[in-house]
Design a protein around this ligand. Structure first.
Ligand SMILES: [Mn+2]
Length: 319
């Protein structure tokens, strides 16, 4: 499969790399690494993201400014990186091949070609495997982009599917010149004041439920406006709640500009599989990190339903 998908990619000249809406470091890093490699192979290669604005914190990565929310006129194939569903691309099916590279356990293999390794910690790791398997050398820039994908999805090697291969592969990525100090600095020590203020507000409004085994925060558009924060500044709040000793499940309900709600769920390992809960709401994700969107339910209804699912997973319904 690693060979077949790579050979398929090489057949095409005009290729668009597609990252998911409201991108994270994995979808960005995977796309930028492949951009660098395919550029060297003299493909006409483009970076697409449907979001209006991209997170600033990844802007240190080379070629980040090349992301566009407009598709080029001629497309032979799209490579979809880290999208649990095709809908997350924000594009329509067209007269082009769809190559799906991902690691979400809920990915339905929507591509014409699918490279989906559900036990991998990140899509960046899937991309790395594909490059190695096909003896493709990659640059320092591509290595740094892959490293961003890996550390973003594993929360700096604290969650997700980690095994000895993870570290062997990271060692190899490091030997390709990945700038790990720069990545650590930009991703962990670069918090804008508005984000800091939003976190301050959030920490003061955490709701602890089920004997403090469940933690919840709601962030309204008004909270973003008041602090000057952007929606991406809320993304870490579910992780922060999960650091509390008693918490097994945490979730953030974020009001979007259009009034819909984006829900991010987190859990500790060996506590509860949040991808199962997200899936019930039409979303997806991983054991310890998942999410969904809802335009029909209000935060109270969302909370009740999540607590119901939590009880079911813990087998305490009816007790
Ligand atoms: Mn990912």
């Amino acid at each position: 499969m690693l060979k077949k998908v790579w050979e398929e990619i090489l057949k095409y000249e005009n290729i668009v790399l597609i990252s998911h809406v409201n991108p994270d470091g994995d979808t960005i890093g995977s796309s930028l690494a492949l951009f660098d490699v395919l550029k060297q192979l003299e493909k006409n290669i483009y970076l697409f993201n449907t979001s209006k604005a991209l997170p600033k914190k990844y802007s240190f990565l080379p070629n980040y400014e090349k992301f566009s929310n407009v598709l080029p006129p001629k497309i032979d194939a799209v490579i979809v990186c880290d999208c649990a569903t095709f809908e997350r691309t924000g594009i329509k099916r067209g007269d082009y091949k769809v190559i799906n590279i991902d690691h979400h356990s809920t990915n339905p293999s929507f591509g014409d070609e699918n490279l989906v390794f559900k036990n991998f910690s990140s899509t960046a790791m899937v991309v790395y495997k594909m490059l190695k398997h096909n003896d493709i050398n990659f640059s320092k820039d591509a290595a740094t982009a892959l490293y961003v994908g890996i550390v973003d999805d594993t929360n700096f090697f604290t969650s997700g599917n980690l095994d000895s291969n993870t570290f062997l592969n990271v060692s190899d990525i490091f030997s390709h010149g990945a700038d790990i100090n720069l990545v650590s600095n930009r991703l962990t020590q670069n918090v804008p004041l508005a984000r800091f203020r939003l976190q301050e507000h959030a920490m003061n409004s955490v709701d602890l439920l089920k004997n403090a085994k469940v933690a919840k925060i709601i962030i309204w558009q008004n909270d973003l406006k008041r602090t000057g924060a952007k929606r991406e500044d809320a993304e870490n709040l579910a992780n922060i709640m999960c650091t509390l000793v008693s918490v097994e499940l945490s979730f953030l309900i974020l009001e979007e500009e259009d009034g819909a709600f984006k829900v991010s769920l987190r859990s500790k390992s060996d506590s509860i599989d949040v991808s199962k809960i997200a899936f019930k709401f039409g979303g997806g994700g991983h054991y310890g990190a998942a999410g969904f969107e809802s335009s029909l339910l209000d935060p109270e209804e969302i909370t009740l339903k999540i607590l119901h699912e939590y009880d079911k997973e813990k087998n305490v319904v009816g007790l």
